[in-house]
Design a protein around this ligand. Structure first.
Ligand code: NAD
Ligand code: IPM
Ligand code: MN
Length: 350
């Protein structure tokens, strides 16, 4: 039997990043051993704020050349209180998303069995949406002016950039058998960029008459996510709106420790990057309090991306089985288990 070896670059990064990456690596390793048809070679890259303190850079100058040789990137988290966040994040995370044209940020918001939900009168099946966040331009384009008495932050929305991510959302809806794509925007106030976005959404939607196209203003969308989450199926939105709404999504689907994301270059010209939605959580680092489930879920997304959705489902089912059993939970889920205990429990459920 042929065995395909995947080379994965692991950037643990800062805070709890290395701790949760370690869990995801163990789960991927065991999944591969059980399957027999795939294998992993992991390379740990010590980039991040410690690297920055020593070198003045978040990653080496030839970082992109190094990363290009891998099939995927697993990223923990970036950010440390003694390094300015805009420096650390633009120097690594945002740099990779943009440099590798990972223009889709795919973030499932799904309430697994056994995961806590703060909403009342909500059925588990009601919280099951997939966010398709634009990930390469928009409000994160990094353009503007910073002066002593004035700052301008310019959002850049191109036809190509909007159209490809909106089309991705519709194609995903078709592929996954979803009935509706909701666009979240803010054309009433952002009278250039969001008017443009809305126009392109309507144009692309016309190519998919079988999928219901819905459009919400971002303020109303956040209200509906809490009041009526069942309304959302596939959601497509700009970079900043997607950032904010997926933390809200995490909150209704079990918390930051339960929320994963894939930064995809769908054409495969560059490696895609898989990471938890949460940050480096300096408040709990090094204490074995981090919930590894978000990063393990990101590992499951990696399997989907490698064309093995069966293994992706298997990993997600193992997470769900641990949650449902309720014996091992980190403190964010109301338990007192350690990161390593939850990881072991997931490995056993595999
Ligand atoms: P955060 O997500 O790191 O933490 C928010 C809260 O959630 C904290 O109370 C933290 O303890 C908790 N939390 C997060 N992940 C958890 C997990 N896996 N298990 C249990 N609890 C968890 O957000 P923040 O505090 O706003 O940011 C901290 C740093 O991380 C900043 O430097 C920020 O810029 C950076 N950040 C990085 C990323 C990334 O690398 N993808 C994402 C968000 C924030
Ligand atoms: C995320 C993070 C990043 C973002 C930050 C850390 C730059 O919050 O991945 O959601 O805003 O994209
Ligand atoms: Mn965020």
């Amino acid at each position: 039997m042929e065995c395909k070896n995947y080379r994965v670059a692991v950037i643990g990064g800062d805070g709890i990043g290395p701790e949760v990456c370690d869990a995801a690596k163990q789960v991927l390793q065991k999944t591969a051993e059980q399957d027999g048809r795939i294998a992993f070679t992991f390379t740990d890259l010590p980039w991040g704020c410690t690297w920055y303190k020593e070198s003045g850079r978040m990653m080496p100058e030839d970082g992109f050349d190094i990363l290009k040789g891998y099939d995927a990137i697993l990223l923990g988290a970036v950010g440390r209180p003694d390094v300015p966040d805009h420096v650390s994040l633009h120097g690594l995370l945002i740099a990779i998303r943009q440099g590798f044209d990972q223009y889709v940020n795919l973030r499932p918001v799904k309430l697994l069995k056994g995961a806590p939900c703060p909403l009342k009168d909500v059925k588990r099946e009601d919280v099951d949406m997939i966010f398709v966040r634009e990930n390469s331009e928009g409000e994160y384009a990094g353009k503007g002016i910073l002066e002593a008495d004035r700052a301008e932050q310019v959002g850049v929305f191109t036809r190509r950039g909007c159209e490809r991510v909106i089309r991705y959302a519709f194609e995903l809806a078709v592929k996954e058998g979803r009935r509706r794509v909701t666009s979240v925007s803010k054309g009433n106030a952002l009278n250039y960029s969001m008017v443009f976005w809305d126009k392109i959404f309507a144009q692309v939607a016309a190519d998919y008459p079988q999928i219901e196209a819905d459009s919400l203003l971002v303020d109303a969308a956040s209200m509906f996510m809490v009041r009526d989450p069942a309304r959302f199926d596939v959601v497509v939105c700009s970079n900043l709106f997607g950032d904010i709404l997926t933390d809200l999504g995490a909150a209704i689907a079990g918390g930051m420790g339960m929320s994963a994301g894939a930064n995809l270059n769908p054409e495969g010209r560059f490696p895609s990057m898989f990471e938890p939605v949460h940050g480096s959580a300096p408040d709990i680092m090094g204490q074995e309090k981090a919930n590894p489930m978000a990063t393990v879920w990101a590992a499951s997304q990696m399997m989907d991306c490698f064309g093995r959705p069966d293994l992706g489902k298997k990993i997600l089912a193992a997470i769900e089985a641990v949650l449902e059993e309720g014996k091992y939970r980190t403190p964010d889920l109301g338990g007192s288990s350690k990161t390593s205990e939850v990881t072991r429990a997931i490995l056993e459920k595999l």
